[in-house]
Design a protein around this ligand. Structure first.
Ligand code: PGA
Length: 264
């Protein structure tokens, strides 16, 4: 399998909105994009919106109508088959690509925790995504218990081992791409974040691990990023962007986060 990383020179920062199971209606999803469109569009940043799979088409149409240059990601895909078949309740990589998604989140801690997604499942999902030309945002991160036990590096290197199993060949500047999102589980939705130096150290460690795998992927931070802390986070060396949950549901704060990375 051949996947690409992004050459450092051509690397624009990434700001990714993870809407999770929000909002509750299509009209609210449209309103959120309309509010974002009232701001100037920012081309110096790769902005990606990850609505629920059910809202992908609506969000895609709204982005097109408003001529916003933002891309789409799916939140999940079927591990069992990349195209179609008898998998009730699932969405395939082919269906995501057909609806206009160019990326997909894989390994988010909420999927690992609530849907028991194991490494074996994640390997299948990544394979299917790449097979259908979807770029992968692969999420990793330690729990609070692991953080307190100082097991962060151990946990992260185990999670990254999934990538070793895929036996990539690297090809620069082509799709699909691989992005890593470091999201400490204890920082997600809690308002807590690691210190600046902790984030920097972990990103450095992730980059070392990626080097060993001969991968040169962008590494994003995620977990309680908001308009107040984003300037500090954007200034950390080794942070190539952010994955934003709660604060991406408010157009004003999401826009401020995009702006902070446009200055990077
Ligand atoms: P949060 O979520 O920004 O609400 O902490 C981040 C995520 O889960 O991707």
């Amino acid at each position: 399998m051949t996947i690409s990383t992004v050459s450092s020179a051509s690397r624009k920062p990434w700001v990714i909105a993870n809407w999770k199971m929000n909002p509750t209606s299509q009209s609210q999803a449209i309103t959120l994009i309309e509010q974002l469109a009232q701001k100037a569009s920012i081309n110096q940043v790769n902005v990606i919106i990850t609505p629920s799979n059910l809202h992908l088409a609506t969000v895609k149409n709204t982005l097109n109508q408003l001529q916003l240059p933002y891309q789409l990601a799916g939140q999940n895909l079927c591990a069992e088959h990349s195209e179609n078949g008898a998998y009730t309740g699932e969405t395939s990589a082919t269906q995501l690509a057909d609806i206009g998604a160019e990326y997909v989140l894989i390994g988010h801690s909420e999927r690992r925790q609530y849907y028991a997604e194991t490494d074996a499942i994640l390997v299948k999902k990544i394979h299917h995504a790449f097979a259908k030309n979807l770029s992968v945002i692969f999420c990793i991160g330690e729990t609070h218990e692991q953080y307190l036990a100082k097991q962060t590096f151990e946990v992260i290197s185990q999670q990254l081992n999934v990538l070793a199993e895929l036996k990539f060949q690297i090809q620069a500047n082509s799709v699909p791409k691989l992005l890593i999102a470091y999201e400490p589980v204890w920082a997600i939705g809690t308002g807590l974040t690691p210190t600046i130096s902790e984030i920097e150290t972990v990103h450095q460690f992730i980059n070392e691990q990626l080097n060993k795998l001969t991968l040169d992927s962008p590494v994003l931070y995620g977990g309680s990023v908001n308009a107040n802390n984003v300037n500090d986070i954007a200034s950390i060396s080794g942070v190539d962007g952010v994955l934003v949950g709660g604060a991406s549901l408010n157009a004003e704060s999401f826009y401020q986060i995009i702006e902070a990375f446009a200055k990077k």
